[in-house]
Design a protein around this ligand. Structure first.
Ligand code: ZN
Length: 306
């Protein structure tokens, strides 16, 4: 099976200040690792620039317009203590949301079954009306709404980034046809994602302690997959953050590359049973360049082969 890979060099043009962990080299680390793997058959596709109307599927249109108006022409604009915009950021953010949305539409039309989107800035902390945690637009939430509009009514997001996907939860929590499952470190940034946060019964949060054994992380993830199976999605989206890796500087988990392959296989098992194998994965975090490249490769290999 050929796997579609959506990406674009414009996403290197999002340049937070020097020393910011969410840096352009992250994207190169992922695309280099994938292009050096001779066993993968990847069909590289250009991520399109998403239009404001599509962003408004998940975001308040006034938020979209205000963020576009704020985009700087020089220097770096700080939106909060973590989230910044450089002159290339809006174009990068529109490519990132455009990638996942285009991938989902190709899956909805039956043209492809699966895709991986190598994108930045990431998206899962951006809510309906706010940027947060390096994220400007919620790439997977916009894509989920586009999938619904394209006839895939029930959409699940599996989020294995080490941080809680509070933005996705914000957008999903009142729609019974959307499902959100997140495993994340607690205590940890952003401090949300307690298991008691359940939306309207469509949100499932699982927490793992700092330095939790890998088996504990896997057990937590398996519990989430049982809920996703019961939801019976038509499409599964993955918020694929690799910052639960043992080498990551932003968290205290102990995962190795093979754990991300294992998690991907667990997601694919539900997708094959419930969603005709339809899966679109989108890069979120991961801040050690070597671990990020190796982990994304393990994930894409599993997506490709499973
Ligand atoms: Zn993260």
């Amino acid at each position: 099976m050929t796997l579609a890979l959506y990406t674009h060099v414009d996403m290197l043009g999002h340049r937070p200040r020097e020393g910011h962990p969410e840096r352009p080299a992250r994207l190169s680390a992922v695309t280099d690792a994938l292009s050096e793997a001779s066993d993968l058959e990847l069909e590289v596709r250009e991520a399109p620039l998403i239009e404001p109307d599509d962003l408004a599927l998940a975001h308040d249109p006034e938020y979209v317009a205000a963020l576009m108006a704020q985009a700087p022409t020089h220097g770096v604009l700080r939106l909060d203590e973590d989230t910044e915009m450089s002159p290339g950021s809006m174009r990068a953010a529109r490519r990132a949301a455009g990638a996942v949305t285009a991938a989902v539409r190709s899956v909805a039309s039956g043209e492809i079954e699966r895709a991986f989107c190598a994108v930045r800035p990431p998206g899962h902390h951006a809510g309906r009306r706010f940027p947060m945690g390096f994220c400007l637009f919620s790439n997977v939430a916009v894509a989920a709404k586009a999938a619904q509009a394209a006839g895939l009514r029930r959409v699940a997001v599996a989020d294995f980034d080490v941080h809680h996907g509070n933005g996705t939860q914000d957008i999903f929590q009142s729609d019974p046809n959307l499902f959100f499952a997140s495993v994340h470190e607690s205590p940890g940034w952003p401090g949300t994602g307690d298991p008691s946060e359940t939306g309207i019964g469509n949100v499932f949060n699982a927490t793992v302690a700092p330095h939790a054994p890998r088996a504990a992380w896997r057990a937590a993830f398996e519990g989430l997959m049982a809920h996703m199976d019961a939801f019976a999605p038509d499409l599964v989206l993955i918020s694929a953050g690799f910052d639960a890796h043992a080498d990551d500087p932003l968290a205290e988990q102990e995962l190795l590359e093979e754990d991300f392959a294992w998690a991907t296989d667990a997601i694919l098992s539900v997708a094959r049973a419930r969603a005709k194998g339809r899966v679109v994965s989108s890069l979120e975090g991961g801040y050690d360049l070597s671990a990020l490249g190796r982990s994304a490769l393990a994930h894409v290999r599993a997506l490709h082969g499973g």
